[in-house]
Design a protein around this ligand. Sequence first.
Ligand code: TUI
Length: 314
Amino acid sequence: MVKSVICDMLGIEYPIFQGAMAWIADGKLAAAVSNGGGLGIISSMNANEDYVRQEIQIARSLTDKPFGVNVMLLSPHADAVAKLLVEERVPVVTTGAGNPSKYMKQWLAAGINVIPVVPSTAMARLVERAGAAAVIAEGGESGGHVGELTTMALVPQVCDSVRIPVVAAGGIADGRGIAAVFMLGACGVQLGTRFLVAEECRVHRNYKNKILKAKDIDTMTMGKRMNRPIRCLKTPFAREYVKMEYAGVPDDTLREKYAGAFRLAAVEGDEQEGCFMSGQIASMVKKEQPAAEIIRELFEEAENVLNGAQKWVK
Ligand code: TUI
């Protein structure tokens, strides 16, 4: 059995979080992951507090296990969602796309485990000082908004910089990836792309098909010029977007265009205008399965790999 301090800290069976994918990670998916022994996480993306309250209720109606809510710090509704999470006393809050310091006091006072995504050692140290229970070190292999460093480089550096537990994210699709980041010092993992094809995931059929068909070189980043790099599948929209970035189209116009494109991909399955965020490991995602089966399979593989590691030592 693969266990770590993160399991005891959060009361979960397997040290795995499901990434908070915008327009995708709802209460139903989060509950399925939590029922499977991991930590399901609801994405609050750019949604208002009413949406988030409703998804929390859905998750609570489907599971008694702990789950989390992610606050996307660039959201215009971040203040209201932050307050709602205190009222709802959710067990875990993860944050992304910024510095969560201004919310930390209220969350800690409510007894919430705060686990920010950090793209650097500086941000990891900062949130540790502010009271974070753990950090998620997310490398640029992941889907969505990405930092500069890769998982391979970021995880050991973050582990050396803080005393709190480190969860690794980015580029992990199977038990080999889990074993590898444990070797780098992580004590948990967060996976997004693999859960996109979970049976309980309600993302549009076209999105699942695109992930299942993707090859190794099928992702790219867009939004780099305006300092908001987003990893997504290479689609007509993404290629056109990058052309527009370097053709002098104003940042506000570009930002509006991509925010709408996440919904178009996830909800409408629009293959022309949608932005299909995906990690670099999409080609390793080969079949649809219930979330609980994905988790069991991942940790069976990880256990085998870790047990076999002795073969390298002569
Ligand atoms: O947040 C993500 N991935 C995301 S968010 C998203 S939706 C979105 N909507 C509008 C604009 C941008 C994105 C799609 N995918 N992952 C976690 C993550 N956080 N990756 C990188 C970071 C991060 C970056 C900078 C965390 C902290 C940070 O701090 C910078 C600073 O100094 O404030």
